[in-house]
Design a protein around this ligand. Sequence first.
Ligand code: URA
Length: 207
Amino acid sequence: MNLKVVEGALKEDLLTVLRKKDTPHWLFRETLEKLGLLLIPEALKGLELKRVEVETPVSEGFSYQVSQEVVFIAILRAGLSLIPPAIGLYPKGRIGFMGVYRNEETLEPVPYYKKYPLVRGARYVLLDPMLATGGTASYCIEELLSKGIKAEQLTFVSVVSAPEGIDRLKRFEGLTLVTAAVDERLNDYGYIVPGLGDAGDRFCGTD
Ligand code: URA
């Protein structure tokens, strides 16, 4: 697994807004989207390109266009927050969903919905702002691998990651993980510390 931690002052500033417990849901949502705009370009690095002819206002020449299909998969619910920046930056991308919740006692993933396009050779970008135990992430990655998609085609995008989750993804050789922060640890309830709380609840305003 290749780990890429996006760095920069803007990222730090946005993360602080997300971490504050008094940030209202609408600002939390807006800020997650902005952080997505910093993470998605990193996730789309290395897409296949084709050389095309272009006529600029000044001359004729060559330029490059993305030639690889891209599938963004939101892991429900919180992953929905990263769809607007993803398709905002790359409107040609396709969209899929995986619904997985955590059993709060065992912390193991319980799948309840999946719908995503299978496109040969595509880059698959899995979106979930929180990489905690890594159980849900592993389930979703294994689901795609079972369909013949290679780990090299997969990028997992999280905003905050726990070391425990990162360790659990290390066995997926070829996978790329893009994140904005690696936090200290998980608490006894499986929440990331210091983290930002329940991203799904805060994004939806259900808390
Ligand atoms: N999911 C969340 O939304 N927050 C955590 O801290 C861990 C898992």
